[in-house]
Design a protein around this ligand. Sequence first.
Ligand SMILES: Cc1ncc(COP(=O)(O)O)c(C=O)c1O
Length: 381
Amino acid sequence: MAIYLDNAATSFPKPEAVYRAVDQALRHAGGNPGRGGHGLTLEAGRIVLDARESAARFFGVRNSERVVFTPSATEAVNLALFGLLTAGDRVLTSSIEHNAVRRPLYRLQQLGIEVVSLACDPDGRLDLDDLEQQASRGARLLAISHCSNVTGTLQPLVEIATVCRRFGVRLLVDAAQSAGHVGIDVGALGIDLLAVPGHKGLLGPAGTGLLCVAEDIRLEPLVYGGTGVNSTSLDMPDRLPERFEAGTPNVPGLAGLQAGIAWLEESGSDMIAARVDALTDRLRRGLEVVDRVKLFGPGADKVRGSVVSFVIEGQDPSVTAFHLDREYGICARAGLHCAPEAHRTIGTFPEGTVRFSPGPFTTETEVDQAVEAVSELARRA
Ligand SMILES: Cc1ncc(COP(=O)(O)O)c(C=O)c1O
């Protein structure tokens, strides 16, 4: 069996309940939700509603209609950015963002939006004074990732949200690497827009994601089409979530997502997070003492996400990942991880790093085997 240490890309394996829920939905809820009134349609609709209510509860969203399902975190970010911003707006972001944020912002820049990128330190941390200074000059939005997919750095969301509120800057949080690992209460934190993948920390299937939209945020839709309601109008409905959910939803995926969230809640999401944190620490501490291995991001004793980036000095990360896969059956990711600016920030551009990311089903033995494999490769390099 392969040792899967690529949960930051997508989590694997999933809890058994997720596989069962997808199977059940495909077999027994075959209708198209919101389209017609027969039993199978109603059953599919119930699955989508359950998933929405679970997600709302999990992220502290009072009105579940403000949870919009998308196929990925990327599309959730795109909906937030293209839906909110118009020419002349000024938007703040950071120097460690994933291309899911950088590329839509680059496109928006071409359409007349001013984009200001705040430099993070070599550990990937945002400078709060810098944020305050830029926010005081006025901005429509701050778009920032909660946890870096390259360094595992967790940004201080409470402080960031406080600055945003003080200066009337709306806050979009890309929670791709934190949702499911770190508790996020959008209501308590005052997050205006939260973009979440369903297939990473929430343990749902690929093809799922969501955007939480605050009550006083109005967005333009990203996708136009049938919603099962107001069919005579050529305009998209005003009502959420229909306004942003044109087309047939991913019912089996959402059934799996609901099961993933339920599994986290039943197992205790804090307990799961603590377990993954302990594995991440073990991995980091193990690699820290290996000769010729250089680690990036905050240290093992710091508050951090479940991502460990490293290089073997003198060896291209893609070569390390190749050997890990072929010789040791260890699945890791190498390269820029879709975040080139993050690598410029930490000094690993253009080769990037090797990234390990344990998940809830990773074992201590697997972590130790990974450390041993890297030690051997470092000795040979
Ligand atoms: C920080 C960050 N943002 C966004 C994404 C995109 O997520 P998705 O694959 O669900 O579109 C990722 C995926 O790796 C990520 O790490």
